[in-house]
Design a protein around this ligand. Sequence first.
Ligand code: CTP
Ligand code: MG
Length: 211
Amino acid sequence: MRVAAIIVAAGRGERFGGLKQFAQVNGESITARSVRNARSVASHVVVVVPESYEGDGEGADETVCGGSQRSDSVRAGLARCGDYDVVLVHDAARPLASPALFARVLDPIAKGASAAIPGLSVTDTVKQTMERDDEVIVEKTIEREHLVTVQTPQAFRRDVLVRAHAGNPQATDDAGLVERLGERVVVVDGERFNVKITEFADLEYVTQGVK
Ligand code: CTP
Ligand code: MG
């Protein structure tokens, strides 16, 4: 199985207030750390960067410019993975995804699955809300037994991911596009500390986790 990885690092970081993916932690950028983790399983790593990027490639084998939405950036990376059987897609903003997790999402693919993603069981009670008279009120409580929250890295057979992206659709994750094809997506255990840096406070959490 020849494995390539796409590290998407072309976002604007609007909620963070800047290009979070290039913040430094322990002398290394968030993106460089994600590239390094992906390299534990991938023989080719493509990093997708903003057009304004002037860095040295974050340790990846190839650097390409992304697009305005995440799915556009994934497609820019996917165009550089033509020689590979399996493609991993990973958010640069998740620098704590461990090499073990990268290996775990590849297991189902090696056994014939088209797609595998990390998921975490929901431990908090989940409620659906609605707005009424300027207040947010509870509409109902959601049964959480079968709910998972989903992370990256996500692993795909390359031909399936290419089909999922045909017609340039948008989605917050690639598995969502594969689901639309009717393909089976396998869920493996995610990692509690594999947070996505979204708000500025998340950087503090990640700094604690990087040793
Ligand atoms: N991403 C990307 N291209 C985009 C949008 C997002 O490569 N057009 C990447 C981000 O750099 C990040 C990952 O996708 O590594 C997850 O996206 P998100 O956490 O939403 O990051 P941003 O889009 O940068 O943040 P925000 O939505 O707050 O602007
Ligand atoms: Mg975003």
